[in-house]
Design a protein around this ligand. Structure first.
Ligand SMILES: Nc1ncnc2c1ncn2[C@@H]1O[C@H](COP(=O)(O)OP(=O)(O)OP(=O)(O)O)[C@@H](O)[C@H]1O
Ligand SMILES: [Mg+2]
Ligand SMILES: [Mg+2]
Length: 589
């Protein structure tokens, strides 16, 4: 009876005259993908030749204290909607996953989908919350086309999780003013329904996609514990990483699976007894940068209002990428406007301690512990370790672990001994930087996702191919240039079928590194220095070692020799030794 394909791939047009003052999701202008917005903005800035004030230097305004509290809405990783058996979908045909209840069809009733609790509980545990054994659902009323029933079901009076905490460390990218770290309180987490998606069209037409209506969300509400814009962005980034790591939410901000509302207030620092200032709320931010930029803009706006004798109004504001100002959307609705009431159609949610303990035991390693492990085991920099864990929603680090396993197998019984450390480091470096380069693209065609899966597979660059390339490079059987070309060939699927393995490619194309032997390097160094007495003289009694001159001579070596037989690092070493032991003494005498 519950149809999940109520409207098959149709988009209905709705004509509107007015918009509700209470609408939650303000209709967006004609939809432009985030990636394109970011690109366009970069172009615009470039064209203007504008140098923006760096955010790093803009964390504090003398005489004022900023206070921020954040509400994060995240889509739970579940198969079904919160109160209907319609399946969840991303990017499917519009209105293809809609049950009667989702449209508030008369006679339909909510059916709580219990399994949606599992990812919600995992998220709450990762944020150190107290799970409430009893919680309830309430109705929050407002009238807008994105919510057909006229109310959103949420948890207002009794949320399922309270009193959590998240620790932010310096390596998470918090403002320098916060020092080594800061703990931000989580006031509560509640489950609630998502709204339908509105796609504004030219003219007075809005398309509505009800696939999203009723999807399960959690709203994570922090205490107003944040005082610097960069720390706010770091908090959202870290919560996203935690939600990904616990599989509570699989989509990040860029994919629209996570949205943040920031609440901003300011107060003068001269009298510490003054209460917090009046907050305004900026809704629906969809990137970490937008979080930081919008807070800075709103802080500065409030300060100038107050400095000119005005009063900050309680209001809801908006922000668009690339702007320098927030804009008023509407006065902030109060609790009275929403007419909250317990939902009489839904029973209380009872959560047993056994379930909570079971989930806590099965949580696995959280990002902080994983970053510590990467730093300790492979001596990665905190920055690289953090990037590895954060990129691709945590999928890239899974790929790294797969590569580590394969490498260890190839290194043999002593795989954990220090002599192989540089091999694992090379892998981390390549997985972060060289693989990153593949998609940041030489051409538009390359600008695509590498498509890492949750279990760390990558169809475009299979781990076994990468391991072959890295091993040959590490053993100096190929040089870096060939290694990079091979990576591109793998990525672009340019390796012909008959070349089944990397080894056959190297054989067939004669790409093995046939490095010069020591005598040949020395001969080449001497040859490169011929007729360069003036340069060689710079290496006698220098104040600062003339590295530039050394590299000039190395450059000559590479041009004179067979480039594919030279390792530039080795050439540099030999050149330096030849200068010190032969060429300089010859001039001195
Ligand atoms: N003076 C203040 N300055 C900055 N932030 C504040 C201040 N007072 C409260 N906050 C923050 O504002 C947020 C309030 O969120 P909450 O969901 O409780 O209410 P709401 O914004 O009225 O609800 P909703 O937007 O979901 O309808 C919290 O993150 C809180 O920490
Ligand atoms: Mg809220
Ligand atoms: Mg709010």
């Amino acid at each position: 009876m519950w149809s999940t394909t109520l409207w098959s791939s149709q988009v209905r047009a709705v004509h509107t005259e007015t918009t509700s003052p209470l609408l939650n999701n303000t209709p967006s202008p004609v939809h432009v993908p985030l990636r394109k917005q970011l690109k366009d903005e970069a172009k615009k800035q470039k064209a203007l030749g504008k140098k923006k004030k760096k955010n790093v230097n803009n964390q504090v305004v003398d005489g004022w204290e900023l206070t921020v509290g954040i509400e994060i809405h995240a889509q739970l990783n579940t198969a079904r909607k919160l109160f209907s058996p319609a399946t969840t979908s991303f990017n499917d045909d519009p209105n293809s996953h809609v049950a009667y209840f989702d449209l508030a069809t008369p006679g339909s009733q909510p059916l709580f989908q219990k399994e949606t609790l599992i990812p919600a509980l995992r998220a709450a545990l990762a944020l150190n919350c107290d799970i409430q054994n009893v919680s309830r659902f309430d109705r929050k009323h407002y009238f807008h086309w994105d919510q057909p029933s006229g109310y959103q079901i949420t948890q207002y009076y009794e949320p399922f999780a309270r009193d959590g905490r998240i620790l932010l460390q310096a390596r998470d990218g918090i403002a320098a003013e916060d020092g080594d770290g800061i703990s931000v309180g989580i006031k509560q987490i509640q489950m609630e329904q998502d709204t339908a998606k509105t796609l504004a069209q030219p003219g007075d037409v809005h398309w509505i996609d009800f696939n999203r209506v009723g999807l399960p969300l959690i709203e994570i509400i922090t205490l107003p514990d944040i005082h610097y814009p960069a720390t706010a962005a770091a908090l959202v980034r870290k919560i996203q990483a935690l939600l990904n790591a616990t599989d509570s939410c699989v989509l990040g901000m860029e994919a629209g699976g996570l949205r943040a509302d920031v609440n901003v207030s300011v107060r003068r620092t001269d009298d510490p007894s003054t209460p917090l200032g009046q907050r305004t709320e900026i809704k629906n931010l969809s990137s970490f940068k937008a979080v930081e930029d919008a807070i800075i803009a709103e802080r500065d706006r409030q300060i100038s209002v107050l400095e000119s004798g005005g009063k900050v109004e309680s209001e809801t504001r908006g922000w668009s990428i690339g702007s320098t100002e927030t804009r008023r959307l509407r006065g902030k609705e109060g609790e009275v406007d929403y007419r909250y009431m317990p939902d009489p159609d839904l029973a209380p949610v009872i959560i047993d301690n056994d379930l909570v303990n079971h989930l806590r035991d099965g949580m696995g390693e959280l990002p902080d512990a994983e970053i510590d492990e990467l730093i300790q085991r492979f001596e990665l920099t905190p920055k690289d370790a953090l990037s590895l864990v954060t990129l691709d929603g945590g999928n890239r680090v899974e790929y790294f672990w797969n590569v580590v396993d394969l490498l260890a197998r190839r290194f043999g019984p002593n795989a954990t001994s220090p002599e192989y450390l540089s091999g694992y480091q090379l892998a981390a470096n390549w997985i972060l930087h060289e693989l990153g380069r593949l998609t940041s693209g030489r051409s538009e065609d390359d600008a695509q996702d590498l498509g890492f899966t949750e279990d760390g597979q990558c169809d475009r660059v299979p781990a076994k191919h990468l391991v072959d390339i890295l091993l040959y490079l590490h053993q100096r059987k190929i040089n870096a240039k060939v290694a990079k070309e091979l990576l591109w060939a793998v990525f672009r699927r340019r390796i012909p079928d008959e070349y089944a393995t990397i080894e056959t490619v190297l054989d067939e194309e004669q790409l093995w590194f046939d490095e010069l032997n020591e005598d040949e390097y020395i001969k080449l160094a001497l040859e490169a220095a011929e007729g360069q007495e003036e340069v060689v003289k710079q290496f006698i009694n220098y104040k600062q070692f003339p590295q530039g001159k050394l590299m000039f001579l190395v450059g000559r070596m590479i041009r004179l020799g067979a480039e594919e037989r030279i390792d530039p690092k080795e050439a540099e070493k030999v050149m330096k030794r030849v200068l010190e032991e032969t060429l300089v003494p010859a001039i001195r005498n």
